[in-house]
Design a protein around this ligand. Structure first.
Ligand code: FPP
Length: 246
């Protein structure tokens, strides 16, 4: 019998993606960075649908980090505007395709207009069940841990009552299982403050592909790498136990 810990789960339930490389993709074409972000939205829409087709239940993408405010103000306002355009251009399609949209991150700093667009996206897809798309916007893994601790403290939870499960219930992605597969495009090999708590046991896949070029071939390559991984969650593989005679 195959040890359930070692059985490769063919399809990850939850995929997380750092969509990096938009700026470089645009630069290679002598275009402004904004053009890369615009193409990045198209890549996101095709990836959501491709993930749904492959049976992925949750897709979480890093669209704007707590640190991205440090970018030039034209780029920041361009990204904010792009999100509004993307919601009006693609929401109906995603909703029709059974995508449930949620936004995770600190909404306090974004404009009223953007907050309303997010609310509309969440409300109008609330009953969809094919795939859960979580867009991390003004999000940081450290921010998430701090906001969860604050909520727990505000709820009057005593230190001895707090455990991992309880703290997780206050985290931004408490409705989702932890990501099984964490993909970063764009050639950098780091996590960059994305899902620090939730990615503790995620399988990491880094690809040089720039995000606007990410398509079904790159997704399938990442899924194939994932399917070959042996997930142990800190346990000893049964193969090792067998050879040591225990
Ligand atoms: C990183 O590329 C990408 C971002 C900071 C933005 C990602 C956003 C999108 C793909 C659009 C999301 C839209 C919606 C509707 C959620 P980079 O600019 O750091 O690229 P570089 O590393 O090549 O400079």
């Amino acid at each position: 019998m195959i040890d359930p810990i070692e059985r490769p789960a063919a399809v990850p339930r939850h995929v997380a993606i750092v969509m990096d490389g938009n700026g470089r993709w645009a630069k290679k074409r002598y275009m402004p960075r904004f053009f890369g972000h615009k193409q990045g939205v198209d890549a996101l829409v095709r990836t959501v649908l491709a993930c749904a087709d492959r049976g992925v239940e949750y897709l979480t993408v890093f669209a704007f980090s707590s640190e991205n405010w440090k970018r030039p103000s034209e780029e920041v306002s361009g990204l904010m505007g792009l999100v509004l355009v993307a919601v009006s251009k693609y929401l109906a399609k995603l909703a029709g395709d059974g995508v449930r949209v949620r936004i995770v991150g600190d909404r306090a700093q974004v404009s009223d207009k953007l907050r309303e667009a997010w609310q509309h996206a969440e409300d109008s897809t609330r009953h969809n069940t094919r795939i859960n798309l979580s867009v991390a916007f003004n999000y940081g893994g450290r921010w998430d841990i701090v906001q969860a601790c604050r909520q727990a403290m505000a709820a009057g939870i005593r230190p001895e009552e707090l455990d991992e499960e309880r703290l997780n219930s206050y985290m931004a992605l408490s409705y989702a299982p932890d990501p099984d597969l964490f993909i970063r495009t764009g050639g950098e090999v780091r996590i960059s403050n994305f899902l620090l708590w939730q990615a503790a046991y995620s399988e990491l896949v880094f690809t040089d592909c720039l995000w606007p070029e990410f398509g079904t071939a790159e997704l399938d390559a990442a899924l194939a790498q994932y399917a070959r991984r042996e997930r142990r969650f800190g346990a000893v593989p049964s193969r090792a136990l067998a050879t040591s005679g225990s």
